[in-house]
Ligand binder design. Structure first.
Ligand SMILES: Cc1ncc(C[n+]2csc(CCOP(=O)(O)OP(=O)(O)O)c2C)c(N)n1
Ligand SMILES: [Mg+2]
Length: 574
C-alpha cells in the first residue's frame, strides 16, 4: 500500500521538513493512515505536533523557520482550518517566512466513484467556490494537487518557491480522493529543487554606491530585516567600520547590527516626531526595509541622496509603497554589502578615502551613540515601587545569555524592549515581521523545538497574550516539552489603539472619556490560564522589588523543571 499521502510525507521528509504542525479533520484519513503506517513500519516522517488552534500551528512553524531558515509544514482542515490560520498568514507573508501550508479539500465525488468519496454531512458544507482564494493575497504560490502521481513534484516546487528570496508561505490543497489514491513509490529529488541563488549587485552599481558613501558627510544605513540572514550583520559592521557609516534600525524584526557598536544609533518606530540623527543624513542607504521611515512625521532631508538595496525592493504585495531612491537594487544584503566593502578595500583604500573624514564621521556617531546609551541607562532606573517597561526590560537583559532567544511582541513597548535589551548577537531577538497580534506564543514553541538547548523568552503585551490563544500554546508547550519563559507587559489593556486615537484626535471626546473600550478590567488571571492549560509556573508581579526574584524563579522553572513560566508584570495601566 502506497498512497499519495505516503508520497506527500516522503516528499516532506526528503526536503528536510522536521515537523507537521497539524490540526486534523475529515479530509485527512489518508494522511493519518499514512502516518500510522510509517510508525508501524519504521519509516521516517515529520513529527506530528498536534495544534489545538491553527493560528498557533502556523506561528510555531513561523518561529521555527526564523531560527533555521527552513520551512516546516502546517496541515489544516479544508477551508475552515484555513480560516483559522487567521492573522498568522499575514505574519508569515509580511515576515517573508518559508512555510508549506497544506489543506484538504472536500471530496469531489458523492456516490463512491473513488475511494474517499463523500460520506459525512460536512462534505457538502465545506465545499466552497475558491478555497485557495482565502489565502491567495498572502502566499507566494498556491496550487491544488490533482493526482497523487505528481504530489512529490508539487511539494518540492512549492518548497523551492517558499525558500527562494523573497521567501514566503505557500499553500497546497488536495481532495480526499487524491490523498487516498494508490501511487507507485517515486524517488523524490529535493536537490533538483534548490532555492534560487542569492542575487548580487550589478557591476556598475558597486562603484556608484561606494563613491556616494565615501563622499557623504553623514552617511547612514537604515535597515529592518537584513539580520534574517545571520551573516549580514557582520557584513554591515565591516562596511560601516571601514567608512564610518551610522546605522539606524527602523521597525526591526531582527538583530541587524550589534547594539554596542559605536556606529549604532538606535531604532525608529511610531514616534510622532522627527528623529534628528536620521534627518541629518545626506546619503541614506536603505537595506532590507518595509518601512524605513514614516514620511508624514519623520522624513529624510529633502536633498538626501537615497539608495535602496532590498531582497524585495518593489514590494508588489503592498499597493502603496514608494521611497524616492536614486537607484534601487534587488540583491541579497550580505552579498551586496560585501561587494561594496571589498571594492572600497581594494580600489579606494589609500586613494579616494580620506582617513580624517572617516575619523570625523566615526567620532561624531560615537558621541551620539554614547549620549543615547547614557540616556537609556538613566531611564531604566526604578523609581519607587512602580515597574516601568524600561526597568522590566533591563532586568530581563541581565538574564539574557549567549544561548537565549528573545521574541519581542511588546507592541507599545516594542522599541523599549529593543533599546534596553541592547542585544549584539544576530538571531538573539525576533519579531514577527508582521502586525497580526499573538505570534509570539506559538513562535516560542517553534523556536524551542528548533533550538532545544536555548532559553526562549517571549515578551508580550497583555492584549497580544490573549490574541496568542494561550490555552493552546501552553497545552502544546507541555505536551511537546518546549518550555519557555513568557513575560507579559501588562498595562491592563490595549494601549496602542489609545495612542493611535490620541495622535489623530488629541483633544476630542474620546481623549477625555473614561472608557473607550480598550481596557481589560476586571483583570484576567493571565498566568492562571497558562497554569491551567499547561501546568506552567505562573506569578503576577506588581511591585518593583518583587521583580528580580520572580524572574529568577520563573527562569528556574523553565531551565530546571522544564516547564513554561508566565510572569504577568503589572505596569502603569493605560
Ligand atoms: C489580530 C489583531 N487584532 C487587532 C489588532 C489591532 N491592535 C494593534 S495594537 C493592539 C493592542 C495590543 O495590546 P497589547 O498587546 O496589550 O499591547 P499594548 O498596546 O497595550 O502595548 C491592537 C488591538 C492587531 N494588530 N492584530
Ligand atoms: Mg496592553
Amino acid at each position: 500500500m502506497h498512497t499519495a499521502s505516503d508520497a506527500f510525507l516522503d516528499a516532506l521528509t526528503a526536503a528536510g521538513v522536521s515537523y507537521l504542525f497539524a490540526n486534523f479533520g475529515s479530509d485527512h484519513p489518508a494522511v493519518i493512515e499514512a502516518l500510522a503506517r510509517a510508525a508501524a513500519t519504521g519509516r521516517r516522517v515529520p513529527q506530528v505536533i498536534t495544534c489545538p488552534f491553527e493560528m498557533v500551528a502556523l506561528s510555531a512553524a513561523h518561529g521555527a523557520a526564523q531560527v533555521t531558515g527552513r520551512a516546516e509544514a502546517v496541515l489544516v482542515h479544508v477551508e475552515c482550518g484555513t480560516q483559522s490560520l487567521a492573522g498568522a498568514v499575514h505574519n508569515a507573508a509580511r515576515g517573508r517566512i518559508p512555510v508549506l501550508i497544506f489543506a484538504g479539500a472536500s471530496p469531489f465525488t458523492q456516490h463512491g466513484e473513488l475511494p474517499g468519496s463523500r460520506n459525512e454531512f460536512i462534505h457538502w458544507l465545506q465545499d466552497i467556490r475558491d478555497q485557495r482564494g482565502i489565502v491567495r493575497g498572502y502566499v507566494k504560490y498556491d496550487n491544488e494537487v490533482r493526482t497523487g502521481r505528481n504530489i512529490a513534484q508539487i511539494v518540492h516546487r512549492a518548497l523551492q518557491i517558499a525558500h527562494s528570496d523573497p521567501k514566503g508561505p505557500v499553500y497546497l490543497v488536495a481532495a480526499r480522493e487524491v490523498l487516498e489514491e494508490s501511487v507507485p513509490p517515486a524517488e523524490p529529488a529535493p536537490d533538483r529543487f534548490l532555492p534560487v541563488a542569492p542575487q548580487a549587485l550589478p557591476a556598475d552599481a558597486v562603484p556608484e554606491l561606494a563613491a556616494a558613501l565615501v563622499a557623504a558627510r553623514r552617511p547612514l544605513i537604515v535597515t529592518s530585516y537584513l539580520g534574517r540572514n545571520r551573516d549580514a550583520p557582520a557584513a554591515l559592521v565591516r562596511l560601516c567600520r571601514r567608512l564610518g557609516i551610522g546605522v539606524i534600525e527602523s521597525v526591526p524584526s531582527h538583530v541587524n547590527f550589534p547594539g554596542d557598536e559605536p556606529l549604532y544609533l538606535g531604532s525608529q518606530w511610531n514616534a510622532q516626531h522627527a528623529n534628528p540623527v536620521f534627518a541629518a543624513a545626506d546619503v541614506l542607504l536603505v537595506v532590507d526595509s518595509d518601512v524605513p521611515w514614516i514620511p508624514l512625521v519623520n522624513p529624510p532631508r529633502p536633498d538626501a541622496a537615497i539608495y535602496h538595496i532590498d531582497i524585495d525592493p518593489l514590494k508588489p504585495h503592498m499597493p502603496l509603497w514608494h521611497i524616492p531612491a536614486r537607484r534601487t537594487f534587488c540583491a541579497d544584503a550580505a552579498t551586496a554589502l560585501d561587494q561594496i566593502d571589498q571594492y572600497v578595500a581594494q580600489r579606494l583604500d589609500g586613494g579616494a578615502l580620506d582617513p580624517a573624514r572617516i575619523a570625523e564621521r566615526t567620532a561624531h556617531y560615537r558621541e551620539l551613540h554614547d549620549q543615547r546609551q547614557r540616556a537609556l541607562l538613566a531611564r531604566e532606573r526604578p523609581t519607587g515601587t512602580e515597574i516601568t517597561p524600561e526597568f522590566l526590560t533591563a532586568c530581563i537583559r541581565r538574564r539574557v545569555d549567549d544561548t537565549t532567544i528573545v521574541l519581542n511582541e511588546g507592541i507599545s513597548s516594542y522599541q523599549i524592549i529593543g533599546d534596553h535589551l541592547m542585544l549584539t548577537r544576530p538571531g538573539s531577538m525576533l519579531s514577527s515581521g508582521g502586525s497580526s497580534l499573538g505570534w509570539s506564543g506559538g513562535a516560542a514553541i517553534g523556536v524551542k523545538l528548533a533550538r532545544p538547548d536555548h532559553t526562549v523568552i517571549s515578551l508580550i503585551g497583555d492584549g497580544s497574550y490573549l490574541f496568542s490563544v494561550p490555552s493552546s500554546v501552553h497545552w502544546m508547550a507541555r505536551r511537546y516539552a518546549a518550555p519557555f519563559l513568557q513575560v507579559i507587559y501588562d498595562n491592563a489593556g490595549w494601549k496602542s489603539p489609545k495612542l493611535s486615537l490620541l495622535a489623530v484626535h488629541p483633544d476630542g471626546h474620546a481623549a477625555d472619556a473614561d472608557d473607550i473600550g480598550v481596557g481589560f478590567a476586571p483583570a484576567p488571571d493571565h498566568a492562571g490560564i497558562a497554569a491551567a492549560a499547561g501546568g506552567a509556573f505562573g506569578r503576577t508581579v506588581s511591585h518593583a522589588a518583587e521583580l528580580e526574584p520572580a524572574l529568577d524563579a520563573a527562569l528556574d522553572a523553565v531551565r530546571r523543571e522544564r516547564r513554561c513560566a508566565v510572569l504577568d508584570v503589572k505596569l502603569a495601566p493605560l
